[in-house]
Design a protein around this ligand. Structure first.
Ligand code: HEM
Length: 231
């Protein structure tokens, strides 16, 4: 529980409050299959498709609220938008992003994003924190994925490893920018709550992806082109 007038850096608070959820997400079956290279390619591509819908919704809300929020303007830099990386990966796998149907977990996730944007836009930073922070672990997953599906260079793994050698530097810059903001206690509570809910939402999506309950046609082999939004 957050103390009144908490003076700890917000990134400390975020890490501490979500560590158990992080570890639960990291050790979930979906991640295990992914890291061990056992996840069928079609399920991997479907996970990219679902995260594309989520990032598109979150980043569109951040883009509209950022000009009115000094904190969002200072923290969220354009390279952190993951939608272009996802579009590149989906195009590589020949997945038409106009035919993606959201899984129930994705629909709920997007509803949470829209509710946060309507009620307390700064809470979007808590959601962004979880997804931006996930790049720390995804970098390792990208290595396993490249091996498992014989992918070369960054083909198909831009979303998992968007920053390459700059991962550490970019993560530090994100943490510094968050810690430099003068959030009110109410804002801090909203950001931490949004982060907690986001971990739960990611876990639910992983469970549905793991169950293979995709309602959409899936790609089976990499090829170039395919996405109407790309190129
Ligand atoms: C195999 C899976 C994963 C591994 C191995 C992993 C590993 C790591 C590592 C090593 C860090 C620390 C980076 C640093 O501070 O230098 C980290 C941070 C983080 N990861 Fe993961 N992770 C995984 C999955 C995930 C997932 C699925 C999410 C969320 C959807 C996630 C969200 C985060 C967040 C938010 C942080 C930042 C924590 C903080 O310092 O505040 N991770 N992860």
């Amino acid at each position: 529980m957050l103390a009144a007038n908490d003076t700890r850096p917000i990134m400390f608070e975020l890490k501490e409050s979500t560590q158990a959820l992080h570890d639960q997400t990291e050790h979930g079956n979906f991640n295990k299959e992914l890291v061990n290279g056992r996840l069928p390619l079609a399920q991997f591509v479907e996970s990219l498709a679902q995260f594309y819908l989520i990032h598109r919704a979150l980043e569109s809300q951040i883009r509209s609220h950022r000009p009115h929020s000094p904190a969002m303007s200072a923290v969220v830099l354009d390279y952190q938008f993951q939608e272009p990386y996802l579009l590149n990966d989906l195009a590589y796998f020949g997945r038409n992003c106009e035919t993606i149907h959201p899984l129930p977990a994705t629909t709920d996730f997007i509803a949470r994003i829209d509710a946060a944007a309507a009620e307390c836009p700064v809470a979007l930073l808590g959601m962004h924190y979880v997804l931006e922070g996930s790049n720390n672990g995804s970098k390792f997953i990208a290595k396993a994925i490249r091996r498992a599906y014989n992918l070369t260079d960054r083909n198909g793994t831009q979303y998992l490893d968007p920053y390459g050698d700059q991962q550490r530097e970019y993560w530090q810059a994100f943490k510094d920018a968050m810690n430099a903001q003068d959030f009110s206690d109410v804002e801090r509570r909203q950001i931490v709550r949004a982060a907690t809910e986001t971990f739960a939402a990611v876990m639910q999506l992983h469970r549905e992806l793991d169950a293979g309950s995709s309602p959409t046609p899936q790609a089976t082999a990499p090829k170039t082109g395919g996405c109407p939004f790309h190129r």
